[in-house]
Design a protein around this ligand. Structure first.
Ligand SMILES: Nc1ncnc2c1ncn2[C@@H]1O[C@H](COP(=O)(O)OP(=O)(O)OP(=O)(O)O)[C@@H](O)[C@H]1O
Ligand SMILES: [Mg+2]
Length: 555
């Protein structure tokens, strides 16, 4: 089409007369463009331009890295960061979460997001830094399954609000019934990446403990699976122990009841596994440790290293177990690193993770969709780069509400958080595409998601989820992770395959039974006419025929 148009246009262009040299043409020759002057800068000139970049300045320019690249996504990211924190705080404090999400429309492009929890609250002195400084938090320096891990989420949302509306983030928090509630207005000084408190008051607040965060942002609100509505539904599926009330900008109220009466098994914090530590990190740890000797350093700061194993590693590196770790030279650290890699060690402890579990995965799916078949699997833990992780998968098949010939609905979760964007970059999607769904009776085109009336949930739980970016939207494809996802998918796929094959067999049998019921009476009438038998005899012949055919059908 475009090519045809191009040809027509080309035809219309009149033929040019043979080119005449410029010197022979009438008028002055066209002036040559001035060559651009090259200004040479000295190293001293360049040095004058060097400046430190604060982390807030960096993320203000690169806000897409934090999930604020479109107004619709900005709304979701803001809600997600606040809800992640609310759920983490409740669980860490052993409190069954009661979460309230309210989004108020100020205009078509401006919304005020409020998220309130019944968690432990935040001590007054910590509030400014938590909400007004990027890269400040309690979860980065530990290895423990939680939704947050970077220390950037909520302050980034506050910074986006400040950037787009000029308004500060408002925080109300209370740590106990006999303590007053504090209300703060906080802004970020992006130059210094430091909080600026613009209001700090004691206020009347009903809840005995908890936190309420309010952020006004430029955003747009849409319905659908990639919106806040979809996020709330999926969060409830992966967190059956949480009660979530959600007031959408249009005033619609959604209440997700608590399905599980108990908190999930609390995840445990672990120390890094020596096999997952790089040389640079080892060197830094050696220099920063408080341990008095190498033996105590190795056994105290890593998992699966007893004092005896520490001595074995030191021997392997030709170092004394009593040497002062802080004095280790680079060569010594390298020898230690090689000795660590060469030493056989137990895999990191695997009982530190908190999966959703097959039963609750199924409960969540059943709440979401009424289907003909459900399957779920929770795999045992495995390890990538020294970090324990596990994969769970669940599927619902054959719901009337799901289209039969469109790609399946894939729901991805990491540490119980729904991942709504960057689907194609995610290890989960890649593994789903690479699985051979045809062998389970499901349609699939090459290099695509399978098609069919299926909702497929995949959950990755880890002490450290390897996200592909700070916005935590997709999981990196470490080979061990990809393998575990594939095995989980094969497990639920096999169960589905058995159901589909059984269903097909039953359908076939039903068809044959209906043929017998339909045609035998006609055969009876024909026999009666040909042989002249009475009705009683005809009935008997029909019964015998039916019986014989039924029996041969079942053989
Ligand atoms: N509602 C809350 N109740 C109690 N503590 C909170 C709450 N919100 C945030 N915090 C504390 O503030 C810290 C910083 O939160 P922030 O969301 O910025 O980072 P994070 O959750 O540690 O990691 P991530 O950047 O991955 O979200 C948290 O580590 C937590 O200790
Ligand atoms: Mg967070």
């Amino acid at each position: 089409m475009a090519q045809a148009q191009l040809k027509m246009k080309l035809k219309k262009v009149p033929r040019k007369s043979p080119a005449v040299p410029a010197s022979k043409k009438a008028g002055p020759p066209p002036s040559k463009p001035e060559p651009r002057k090259i200004v040479r800068l000295t190293a001293a000139d360049l040095a004058e331009k060097q400046r430190e970049i604060s982390v807030s300045e960096f993320f203000t320019k690169n806000r897409h890295l934090l999930g604020f690249d479109s107004p619709a996504k900005a709304l979701l990211t803001t809600v997600k960061e606040a809800v992640d924190n609310a759920l983490d705080a409740c669980e860490e404090a052993g409190i069954l979460p009661d979460i309230l999400i309210e989004i108020q429309a100020i205009s078509e492009t401006r919304y005020r997001v409020a998220v309130q929890d019944n968690g432990p609250g935040i001590v007054k002195a910590q509030i400014p830094k938590i909400f007004g400084q990027l890269l400040y938090g309690s979860k980065f320096h530990r290895l423990r399954q939680s939704r947050g891990q970077q220390g950037i989420g909520i302050s980034a949302a506050g910074m986006y609000g400040q950037l787009t509306t000029g308004k500060p983030i408002t925080v109300i928090s209370r740590v106990g019934a006999n303590k007053p509630a504090h209300k703060f207005d906080i802004q970020i000084d992006t130059r210094r990446n430091a909080p600026v408190v613009t209001a700090d008051d004691e206020v009347e607040w009903k809840p005995e403990h908890g936190t309420r965060v309010e952020i006004e942002i430029e955003a747009t609100y849409k319905k659908g699976r990639h919106s806040v509505d979809g996020y709330v539904e999926q969060t409830a599926m992966a967190n059956p122990h949480a009660a979530i009330a959600y007031v959408a900008p249009d005033g619609e109220r959604l209440t997700m009841e608590r399905v599980a009466a108990e908190l999930p098994k609390p995840p445990l914090e672990i120390k890094p596994h020596p096999h997952g530590v790089e040389l640079g990190i080892l060197l830094k740890m050696l220099h920063e440790t408080k341990a008095r000797n190498l033996r105590a350093f190795l056994s105290g700061e890593f998992s699966r290293v007893s004092p005896a194993v520490a001595e074995e590693i030191a021997r392997g590196a030709s170092l004394s177990p009593n040497m002062t770790p802080q004095k280790a030279a680079r060569e010594q650290a390298e020898a230690l690193y090689n000795a660590v890699q060469a030493t056989k060690l137990m895999a990191p402890p695997s009982n530190v993770l908190s999966p959703i579990g097959e039963e609750l995965l199924l409960t969540g799916l059943k709440k979401q969709v009424e289907a003909r078949f459900y399957a779920a699997t929770t795999r045992s833990p495995s390890v990538y780069r020294g970090n324990p992780f596990l994969v769970e998968a669940a599927l619902a098949y054959g719901a009337d509400s799901l289209p039969a010939d469109e790609p399946i609905t894939l729901l991805r979760f990491a540490n119980r958080v729904p991942l709504l964007y960057q689907q194609s970059a995610c290890a989960v999607t890649k593994s789903v595409i690479q699985t051979n769904w045809k062998s389970y009776g499901i349609q699939q085109s090459r290099g695509a998601l399978p098609s069919g009336p299926i909702i497929l949930m995949v959950h990755i739980a880890s002490v450290w989820v390897p996200f592909t970016s700070e916005s935590k939207e997709s999981v990196a494809s470490y080979p061990q992770i990809a393998k575990e996802i594939r095995l989980a998918l094969q497990d639920v796929g096999r169960k589905l395959g058995i159901f589909i094959r059984r269903g097909l067999r039953e359908e076939d049998a039903e068809k044959k039974r209906s043929y017998i019921e339909k045609y035998i009476p006609h055969i009876g009438i024909a026999l009666q006419e040909i042989l002249g038998i009475d009705d009683k005899r005809k009935e008997k012949v029909c019964a015998t025929l039916k019986d014989t055919l039924e029996r041969s059908r079942q053989l």
